[in-house]
Design a protein around this ligand. Sequence first.
Ligand code: ZN
Length: 163
Amino acid sequence: MRPKIYVKEFYFEILPKEIKEEYYPYDNIFSDMDLIDIYINGKKLIEYVYEYEKEYIFKDIELDDETPYDRFSPIPLNKCLLDNCNNERFKRVLGILMCSCQTFDCWDLDFRIFFGDKYIIWFDFTNFHRKEEYKNFPIYIFPKEIYKEGIKNLECLIKKDET
Ligand SMILES: [Zn+2]
């Protein structure tokens, strides 16, 4: 059973340059772009995934000295990736986090979004290499107003960055 998380707080932050450079010192596909962390109820999505993997998937592996950024990478985000820009009801989002080796399809996290009248729901989180292993990963339920605020925050962040 996937636990449900009711979202009260939803916002974004650009990964600080020092951290980005520390973890990705070499040229890569995202060199010229900002990576953006997604915060849900004060915790980064990347941390939810990291803790989940530690508990359910990588039980036998020592991960204690690592940080979430050692295993995953936030990606550059845009409004349309997370919003229903084409008035769709359902949407599949591929690679909302990617493997920090920066290879597409290595250890990507995918999920689906349902755009309801009152609630936006993020569900069906999966890594297509390991479908069964993500079956207990939570569902996130956003009241529409909170979701809109979050997306507005993302837009501002991206605009500020361009000017
Ligand atoms: Zn990888």
